[in-house]
Design a binder for this molecule. Structure first.
Ligand code: GDP
Ligand code: IMO
Ligand code: MG
Length: 424
């Protein structure tokens, strides 16, 4: 499957499309799996052999065959959460010390970044983003404003650097009159996390990746969040603070754009969103509730209820364009197995006009234009090949491929690793 280039797998909607599951499924075809952005705001779920894992900062390529996994420079890492995640994996027999490599240039999320995250959200009042509270925005803000603390800093004069950054954060919090917090315990865990991290391979990951490529190794990049949460192209300001798109793999790992091969775009057969912000096809009725119940649509990290709605082909066409998607992966089609009819948003109506493109403003006066398709009314969760797909499901796939002008290569029919159909 590999092209000898760097393939990228990323979400096309508002995150939680099922990236973790598919990275795990594809891992046997690659030598290296690399995360390029985001941090512990991600929650990537994998299920196999009756076991379930939720990964946050660690790539989803750790379970299949001793592959190298890399946390790239574009990631923001919280040492305490990283330690908790890695120790949990150690307990279940997965020691990652030698095969999980961490970029020296990845930025650290400090305890005070999390306090700042809470303070900024509180200051926004009803306009809050509904962040995961993991300090993502403040850590990336420090990076961009050239105030960041990086993994490579832990080897030289770290205590002084940490203290200076902390003092700067405390001054900001003072100025916001946000002083009712206590990070004593968190800070202790965080420092333990720093020491724990030293046991891993801390590398110049841009050199490593390019060397691996030159020596014929195949690399899969694992996106976090989704295109609709991208800092530039998502539903700003209700977005995360990194580039979640294909271009993010170049900057987040140090890979030239001409080295990018396949771009796998993942979508659900419907749509979800967690946190605040516009969502044109959101359903507030029984159908939305049914999707949430059948799809177990609750956040993998925060447990928050996910908002549910029909698939939005206008937004997907935009995501496919921005990412240069070469093939699609459709997840959770089984969730729609019992529906009589299924709707797909093919255009928007805005100010009385039907539009096919994704507009600047998706917050105001947006009405989805739907096409209704027949449901397949078949339990597909035990299927093993596409030959078993009922006619109505084949029709749904053909409709989506025509609308999106991109082939759907993988269809997921359940959360387990084995519930995956790769189309010929
Ligand atoms: P990610 O963040 O993109 O990796 O996705 P999450 O793990 O946050 O959310 C996807 C959820 O759907 C997880 O609970 C998965 O176990 C589950 N899942 C993945 N694929 C399927 C599928 O095809 N059908 C069903 N029913 N669940 C799935
Ligand atoms: P994975 O990788 C879904 C959302 C938050 C919030 C916004 C900003 O599992 O798909 P942040 O903490 O990043 O500053 O929050 O982005 N968000 C996600 N939603 N899946 C994710 O990750 C998300 N990571 C962040 O809910 O609306
Ligand atoms: Mg998730």
């Amino acid at each position: 499957m590999s092209t000898g280039k760097v393939d990228v797998l990323l979400g096309l909607q508002w995150g939680d499309e099922g990236k973790g599951k598919v990275v795990d499924v594809l891992t046997p075809h690659y030598d290296v799996i690399a995360r390029f952005q985001g941090g512990p705001n991600a929650g990537h779920t994998l299920e196999f052999n009756g076991e379930k894992y939720v990964l946050r900062s660690i790539p989803s390529g750790i379970f299949q065959g001793g592959k190298i996994n890399i946390i790239g420079n574009g990631v923001v890492l919280a040492p305490d959460l990283f330690m908790a995640e890695a120790q949990e994996l150690e307990k279940s027999g997965h020691d990652l010390k030698r095969r999980l490599h961490i970029s020296k240039k990845a930025h650290l999320i400090m305890p005070t970044h999390r306090v700042l995250d809470a303070a900024y959200e509180a200051a926004k009042g009803s306009g809050k983003v509904g962040t995961t509270g993991k300090g993502i925005g403040p850590a990336y803000t420090d990076k961009i404003s050239r105030n960041g603390l990086r993994v490579g800093d832990i080897f030289d004069g770290f205590a002084e650097k940490y203290a200076a950054h902390k003092a700067r954060h405390e001054a900001i919090l003072q100025s916001m009159h946000y002083t009712n917090y206590d990070i004593t315990e968190a800070e202790q865990r965080w420092m333990e996390g720093i020491d724990y991290m030293r046991q891993f391979e801390i590398v110049d990951s841009e050199h490593e990746i390019n060397h691996l490529l030159q020596t014929g190794k195949s690399i899969l990049c694992e996106g976090a969040q989704g295109t609709m949460l991208d800092i530039d192209f998502g539903s700003y300001p209700f977005v995360t603070s990194s580039n979640t798109i294909t271009a993010g793999a170049c900057t987040g790992l140090g890979i030239g754009p001409n080295k990018i091969g396949h771009v796998y775009g993942i979508m659900k057969a419907y749509c979800t969103r967690v946190g605040a912000g516009p969502f044109p096809t959101e359903l507030f009725d029984e159908t939305g509730k049914k999707i949430r119940d059948l799809g177990h649509e609750y956040g993998a990290v925060t447990g928050r209820e996910r908002r549910c709605g029909w698939i939005d082909l206008v937004a997907l066409r935009y995501s496919i364009m921005i990412n240069g998607v070469t093939q699609l992966i459709m997840m959770k089609s089984d969730v729609l197995d019992t529906f009589d009819t299924i709707k797909a948003c093919v255009a928007y109506k805005q100010r009385g006009e039907v539009i096919n493109h994704f507009p600047y403003d998706i917050e105001h006066d947006i009405e989805p234009v739907y096409e209704t398709l027949p449901g397949w009314k078949t339990d597909m969760t035990g299927f093993t090949s596409e030959a078993q797909f009922p006619a109505a499901f084949k029709q749904y796939i053909a409709f989506l491929e025509a609308q999106l002008a991109t082939p759907i290569k993988i269809i997921s029919i359940g959360p387990d690793r084995n519930q995956t159909i790769i189309r010929e």
